[in-house]
Every structure is written in structure tokens, then in C-alpha cells.
Design a protein around this ligand. Sequence first.
Ligand SMILES: Cc1ncc(COP(=O)(O)O)c(C=O)c1O
Length: 384
Amino acid sequence: MPADIQPFHAIAIALLANELKRQGRTVIHMEFGQPSTGAPAAALAVAHRVLDSDPMGYWENPALKARIARHYAELHGVEISPERILLTCGASPALVLAISCLFAPGATVAVARPGYVAYRNTLRALHVEPLELDCGEAERFQVTAAAVAALDPAPNGLIIASPANPTGTVIAADELAAIARVCSERGISLVSDEIYHGISYVGPVASALTVDPQALVINSFSKYFSMAGWRLGWLVVPGDLVGPARARMGNLFLTPPSLAQHAALAAFDCRDELEGHIATYARNRKLMLASMEALGLRQIAPPDGAFYIYADVGHLTRDSLGFCRRMLEETGVATAPGLDFDPVHGNRFIRFSFAVSTELVEEGLARLKPWFAAQPLISDAARE
Ligand SMILES: Cc1ncc(COP(=O)(O)O)c(C=O)c1O
């Protein structure tokens, strides 16, 4: 029997949002975690140029791999040979490669709950058992070394994300080192999803490669580089997994899009434009946090990075998908239901993505304030 995979419910919200737009409504898209800014101008210029000159065959851009290796040396002080980097069609296939290289069917892999929906579903699709660690507000929704040390028996693997989706919270550098230590002592393979690196409001975020040279690290051009639709990311593997990872890449995905690989190399030189986006997110984050009280949303963990606010709406609903749908229909503001990130407590939460312009954040908040004020509290019995 194939594994039962849950849908990504935010997609249903996005479909409804598009239907409302087709009917002439103005919709503010806070449901998907994707920058609204598009690829940097210089990357686009390169793409326009190579369209006329490159036959776009199967290709791995050696210059891009070397540039990514340089990025680790410059930002994290770790030396990685370009051979250890696989270019993938985004972080999503990098996750598939990482899981299928490390784990046999029936293995168990710990993940934070709440966490990115695809971890548990991709694990299940590959017949690996997700072991969800309940990470509450006290741990800022993050995995801790103590929680990993307490698992009995030890799982085969651990997937972490810092900054995380849906909360934007970061694992502090010393905690990351402690997690790596516990994993190495207990024979747990560490996979670190670093897709939100570069989008931080608390200073630089450490890569798992600084504390565990054996860690598999996932990254992508979808977030910091604002190139989600270009479908390009990468996976860093230790030397002994280069062969197995390349064999899987070649069979499952061949190569990522050539056009994206050309553009991405240029994107590394677009720091000013990209840092401008981070400044916008920082402004949006401030506006959002300042408005939470007015929305009656008091239980949130302020995000350290990424562009999300994961808010407890448990006083208003126990059906986050229905709540998001109604909010969209009545205000035109689209958000993601917590159910996507947490199958146990997620019906009490929603996720706002503030990766839109500051004007749209202001407009969204203006629409939401009277709407939230008009929502009836649910009864204590319904809260049980
Ligand atoms: C934590 C996390 N990992 C991976 C992905 C997948 O990203 P990509 O577009 O690179 O496939 C996302 C997308 O939102 C994400 O939030």
C-alpha cells in the first residue's frame, strides 16, 4: 500500500484566492512563503541574454557550484569542495535526495512539530517514519538537544530548520552545536534545512556544517534570492555520499533548469537588491508584530528570521482551514492554516507570510483589524 500523503492545505486557500481575484476582488497573498519581488534584475538580464545563445541541454553549472562553495567559506568559514554540492530543482528534491541517501524504508526520522509540511509527507512517501517532536512556545517551537537526547530508542535521523517554517524561530549557535553533539554520540544522521538563511533579524545564523561536517545541508534560491519559480536549490553531502546522491539525482531528476543555473550565478552578485528585500521584510515584521495585540493575537513567538508569524487563534476557532477560508472570503486576506504544519495542535493556529510589499502588509492589517474584532470567542467547551 502506498503511504497516505496529506495535501498542502495552503494550496486550497491559494486556489480560492485566485478564484476571488478572477471575480474582481483584490486579494492580499499571505498564504504562501514566497517573495513577491521576482529574481534580481542582473539575474534576469543574464537569463534574457543566454536564452538566445545557450541550447539549454542537461547541464550542471560548475561555476555555480564553485560559487556556492565560496559562499560557505566566506559566510561560515567552512571549506567545502564543489563536488560535495549537488544542484537540485529547489530544496524539495534536495530533501528527497537527502532522505533516500540516508534512510532505508522503516527508518525513523525526528522532526519538529510544528514544522514544514513536506518533511513528514516526503518521509512517508519514501516509507520512512516521521517521529514528530512536540515543540511548544517554551522551546520557541524548535527542537532542543535535550529532546533529542531523551528519545528512546534513538531515531535514525533528525531534520532541523533554522530559521523555521512556520514560525521563523532560530536555533541558537550553542544549541545547534549541542544538537550536533547528541546526534553524533547517538548515531543520528543530521539533515539541516537552511532555506531561510540570509533572512534573519537577529544576525547571522550558523550553518550545521560549522558543527557537523557530516551533516546534509539543504538550501535553495527560492527565498533569500527571490527565485522560487526558477526551481533551483542545492544539497551539500559528505564525501562518502557524493556517489549515492549523484546516482539518485541522475535517475530521479537529471539536472535542474539550465536557465535558472545561469541566472542564479548572477544572483550571487546582487547583494544590494537582495538586502533591500530583507529590509522590507524587517519593516513588515515590525508592522505585523506591532499589530498583533490589536488583532487580539497575543500568543506568538516573534520570528527571528524567515517571513512568517505563526499565531494562536485558539480563542476563535478549532478549524484553522475553515477559519482561513472565511477570513479570505470576508477580507480578501489569504493565510495558511496551522493544520499544514501541525496535525495535532494546528487547528488552533494560522500562519501569516509577510513576504509582500509593505503597502500590502498595511492594507492587509487594515482589513484584518475590524474583522478580528468582530469574531466571536469560542466557548470554553469548544476549546477542549
Ligand atoms: C522549510 C522549507 N523547506 C523547503 C521548502 C521548499 O522550497 P523549494 O522552493 O526550494 O523547493 C520550503 C518552501 O516553502 C520551506 O519552507
